[in-house]
Design a protein around this ligand. Structure first.
Ligand SMILES: *Cc1c(COP(=O)(O)O)cnc(C)c1O
Length: 478
């Protein structure tokens, strides 16, 4: 119940002057008109009053002849999801009445309704395992859950070894360092990705080479990779962007022919497959992130998976300050502290138990979205039928006409629906400009792409609303 309800009430016999004063004080642009017994009679807004004054109506006149008798109202005991349906363009404040038609409360649009882009889904054993860790006092980076998580995640992907890290960015850096990438080396990176991909190359002191992505898959273009290879090229970092697997067959072929390493950035594609194999198991090393908005999460966290025992050993040593495995506190290489905690791993184990059901609701959500969005002219859906690939929905993604994008996202936000624009083409940022090799498709996609809310709060009503808003903006001229 709102305690400031009385500031929103005005008696039917009060004057226009008193309504103006009330509206000025309550800051809500609206008053609910009531009789002596608090029965709802109607509504009057500051816009109504403005129009009355322009028409020459005197301030001393009672509002009884001027308020709107037809007003939207709800019942105080209705469910919130029902009440949310009352909101529409121009109706952001709705009085709530009891059985006797007396005003007892109100609901306000912006405060009550918010759909985030992503939200962690923690409905399994997270709490139980975490409690277990806390009672055991093994809260740092040693403990049973770490070994279990590394083993189980590697298993899930189809790899022999896993090295858990404190986030996905350092997983990339760890893998590249273990492959010996350093100053003077060139590493090929797609121009449309999150900055962590290029930053991890720069942390090694190596030179990133930003190549364009394909128009169809939005993933790194294998033709551009071929063109960008020089005698200094040492590795390729394909990114399975927005859940879409890259063409790993061709990438591995190019790598084999040119003696290059392949480090897969799988931060957005847990469970996606290329030719029947899970991403992360196809290149030399696969790197995943478990940040809060990813398919599964450990809060912050990451992992490197591999089938190469030698690389695995190197990554373990580098993660642990470069300390010798046989002689404690003797350091063989300059290493890092990139360890994951047992607390993160506990959450990770619980998350991994649910990954199939999480991917399942994500797929169903994408189906529903695409069914509706597919009917809007000029909206393009992410391609789900690329040869040999089985993509997963990370953030559900569409393309809209470039000149309409900001109108769409702003209008959605006005209705409490958060979206995300696609990544900015890396070479369009000052600090990365000089690494550009090619950028045509990256630029186009970057300007047209929208990530839609992908979480459990999105129900049929929300999809309906989003579709309606996008359609309206696209249909409007200008
Ligand atoms: C999220 C993400 C990362 C980095 O992961 P963090 O765990 O946030 O460090 C790397 N690459 C891509 C493509 C990502 O989306």
């Amino acid at each position: 119940m709102h305690t400031n309800l009385s500031e929103l009430l005005i008696f039917v016999n009060d004057s226009i002057r008193s309504s103006l004063i009330r509206i000025n004080d309550n800051g809500k642009n609206t008053l609910f008109v009531i009789d002596d017994e608090k029965h709802l009679k109607g509504i009057i807004t500051d816009g109504d009053i403005r129009r009355l004054l322009i028409d020459g109506v005197k301030l001393s006149q009672p509002i009884s002849n001027y308020y709107n008798r037809n007003c939207v109202y709800g019942y105080y005991n209705s469910r919130k999801s029902e009440l949310n349906k009352l909101f529409r363009e121009g109706i952001h404040l709705v009085p709530l009445i009891d059985e006797e038609f007396k005003v007892v409360d109100y609901i306000e649009f912006q405060n009550d309704f918010h759909i985030p882009v992503a939200e962690p889904y923690l409905n399994g054993n997270e709490y139980r395992y975490l409690t277990d860790v806390l009672t055991s006092t093994w809260i740092s980076s040693k403990g049973a859950y770490i070994d279990r998580f590394e083993k189980q995640f590697a298993d899930y992907v189809g790899c022999q070894y896993g090295v858990a890290t404190c986030n996905g960015t350092v997983a990339l850096h760890l893998a590249l360092t273990a492959m010996g990438i350093s100053q003077g080396d060139e590493v090929i990176v797609p121009n449309l990705t999150f900055a962590a991909t290029i930053n991890s190359v720069l942390f090694c002191g190596a030179t990133p080479v930003l190549v364009d992505v394909e128009e169809d898959s939005w993933c790194i273009s294998t033709e551009e990779i071929r063109k960008a290879i020089t005698s200094k090229t040492k590795a390729i970092v394909p990114v399975h962007i927005y859940g879409q697997p890259c063409n790993m067959e061709t990438i591995n072929e190019i790598a084999r022919d040119n003696g290059l390493f392949v480090v897969e950035d799988c931060a957005e594609a847990h469970g996606a497959e290329f030719d029947g194999r899970k991403v992360g198991s196809i290149g030399d090393v696969g790197c995943f992130s478990f940040f809060g908005n990813k398919v599964i999460t450990t809060g912050e966290g990451g992992i490197c998976v591999t089938n190469d025992k030698n690389v695995y050993e190197k990554m373990k040593i580098l993660r642990d300050h470069g300390m010798s495995k046989s002689k404690r506190y003797y350091h063989e290489v300059v290493g890092f502290n990139y360890r994951m905690t047992n607390m993160q791993a506990a959450i990770g184990c619980a998350q991994l138990e649910q990954i199939e059901s999480i991917l399942d609701w994500r797929r169903k959500l994408e189906d529903k979205y695409f069914e509706k969005m597919g009917t809007i002219p000029l909206v393009k859906l992410q391609n789900r039928s690329i040869d040999k690939t089985k993509k997963i929905p990370w953030l559900i993604s569409i393309l809209v006409p470039e000149e309409k994008r900001s109108f769409i996202t702003e209008k959605l936000l006005y209705y409490g629906i958060e979206t995300r624009d696609f990544f900015i083409t890396l070479s369009d940022m000052k600090i990365y400009q000089k690494y550009k090799f090619s950028d045509t498709n990256s630029k186009k996609l970057s300007r047209c792409g929208i990530n839609l809310p992908t979480n459990n709060k999105v129900d049929d009503n929300v999809i309906e609303l989003i579709t309606k808003i996008i359609r309206e903006v696209i249909d409007s001229r200008g």
